[in-house]
Design a protein around this ligand. Structure first.
Ligand SMILES: NC(=O)C1=CN([C@@H]2O[C@H](COP(=O)(O)OP(=O)(O)OC[C@H]3O[C@@H](n4cnc5c(N)ncnc54)[C@H](O)[C@@H]3O)[C@@H](O)[C@H]2O)C=CC1
Ligand SMILES: O=C(O)CCC(=O)C(=O)O
Length: 448
């Protein structure tokens, strides 16, 4: 099932439970605005190359639209989908699948509402292979993309952030390019650099240096939110994190921070994969060593602290908690029956197809849904935006403590909805998010 069909199916189920009027339902589903731009840049050898960029702005009833920008050669590719709904290659130009970006933008609308932060939802992407572009080519591409969309984003309109294939450096380039048109505007993007997260020519990394208004704690926030969400879920089931064996797919920003924080908290991470391969150690991987290896070797392949395994079998490894933290659609009807985890914590966006949801639910697997489980990133993005607007910086302890409060509060709100509508956690999260957006829409007098 394609990402948009899957997301819309979950939305419609929630709308039915909430008894939404069909006109309101339709208006909540249709995106506010879809932007598609051509981005042509000279490569380092002088030849011209074109890419297609998207920004889908889904809904702004609760505030400025918010969501990441993804650079990926297969932005939107989901395993096992029909090719036509995936990456489209037209005249040699890589295109992002608009349906995928649309689905991700819609998920952001429900996610910001679940987190109860004053935003709507958006998502963007450029169909490119960041690993095959030099740093200066990536910078030119980011600047051209920003030039094409600068008057459609803004501090109170749409605030981008990092996602797959982008990072704090990408956000610094967007900030700089946007500021050429609108004056210095740090709050136009979040996930900006802080002094200890990014190399900057020969200048040394500085602890606690909030370069360009980046917030302390944002880099780790999605992984930290995953940790807090997992702790509260396990506690509810009478289990301790220290007794659980974890398997994590993806070792980028989200996966590697989740692995690090879970292992620091006493959990045993027994298998991890990334685009270069998969590795397993039944006694627990040494995550500090794996992080060092991965940053020195651009991936986990070749790590000697575990056995290499088939990346295709990672999701069905025997474990207690499975954390997909890479692509969408990876848990589907093809592999759902073989999944052995008792809990799935969705750190990635839409990793589970609705068909797999049904199979897993029958098996008694508890799924912590993406729009709740990975909301730590956008929550700390909100804290960054607030700090930028106030011109006042928080220390990391405050950021992490506030994040914990938001994650626990959202869990309790989601559980309330599960009780009210007698539904699973995914529908608890969807009914919570959709209800909040619907209320704002009606209160603003926007319903048809
Ligand atoms: N960065 C953020 O703050 C947030 C990210 N997310 C979601 O989390 C997921 C990961 O995002 P990031 O960590 O930011 O991206 P990233 O670009 O930092 O890392 C992606 C990771 O996935 C791995 N990967 C790619 N294809 C793979 C495959 N076929 N099998 C196994 N691993 C594969 C890559 O090697 C890399 O380790 C995405 O779904 C993203 O939308 C969700 C909320 C916030
Ligand atoms: O931090 C943000 O604003 C957006 C993060 C994001 O793209 C996501 O939660 O999927």
């Amino acid at each position: 099932m394609n990402a948009l069909a899957a997301t819309s199916r979950n939305f419609k189920q929630a709308a039915k439970l909430l008894g939404l009027d069909s006109k309101l339902e339709k208006s909540l589903l249709i995106p506010f605005r879809e932007i598609k731009v051509e981005c042509t840049i000279p490569k380092d050898d002088g030849t011209l190359v074109s890419f297609v960029g998207f920004r889908v702005q889904h809904d702004n009833a609760r505030g400025p639209m918010k969501g990441g920008i993804r650079y990926h050669h297969e932005v939107g590719v989901q395993a096992k989908l029909s090719y036509s709904s995936l990456l489209i290659i037209l005249n040699g130009i890589l295109q992002v699948d608009p349906d995928e970006v649309n689905a991700l933008a819609q998920l952001m609308t429900w996610k910001t509402a679940v987190a109860n932060i004053p935003y709507g939802g958006a998502k963007g992407g450029i169909g490119c292979t960041p690993g095959k572009l030099s740093k200066s080519e990536l910078e030119r591409l980011t600047r051209v993309f920003t030039q094409k969309i600068h008057d459609l984003i803004g501090i109170h309109t749409d605030v981008p952030a990092p996602d797959m294939g982008t990072n704090s450096q990408t956000m610094a380039w967007i900030l700089d390019e946007y500021s050429k048109f609108h004056g210095y505007s740090p709050a136009v993007v979040t996930g900006k650099p802080v002094g200890n997260t990014i190399s900057c020519f020969k200048l040394c990394k500085l602890i606690n240096s909030k370069d360009l208004g980046g917030s302390l704690g944002r880099e780790a926030a999605t992984g930290r939110g995953v940790l807090f969400a997992t702790e509260v879920l396990l506690e509810e089931h009478g289990k301790k994190l220290e007794d659980q064996r974890f398997v994590i797919q993806g070792f980028g920003n989200v996966g590697s921070w989740a692995a690090q924080l879970i292992s620091e908290a006493g959990g045993q991470v027994i298998a991890v994969s990334d685009v270069t391969g998969a590795i397993k150690n039944n006694k627990g991987l040494n995550i500090k060593e794996l992080l060092k290896h991965s940053s020195e070797n651009h991936g986990i392949r070749g790590f000697t602290g575990g056995e290499p395994i088939d990346p295709g079998s990672l999701l069905i490894e025997d474990c207690d908690v499975l954390i997909p933290a890479a692509l969408g659609g990876v848990i589907n009807r093809e592999n759902a029956n073989d999944i052995k985890a008792k809990f799935i914590v969705e750190a990635a966006n839409h990793p589970t197809d609705p068909e797999a949801d049904e199979i897993l639910s029958k098996k008694g697997v508890v799924i912590l849904p993406d729009i709740y489980a990975n909301s730590g990133g956008v929550t700390v993005s909100y804290f960054e935006w607030v700090q930028n607007i106030q011109g006042f910086m928080w220390d990391e302890e405050k950021v992490n403590a506030e994040l914990r409060t938001y994650i626990i509060r959202a869990f309790n709100n989601m559980k309330e909805m599960c009780k009210t509508y007698n539904c699973d956690l995914r529908m608890g999260a969807f009914t919570l998010g959709v209800n909040r957006v619907a209320r704002a829409t009606v209160l603003r007098g926007w319903e048809a």
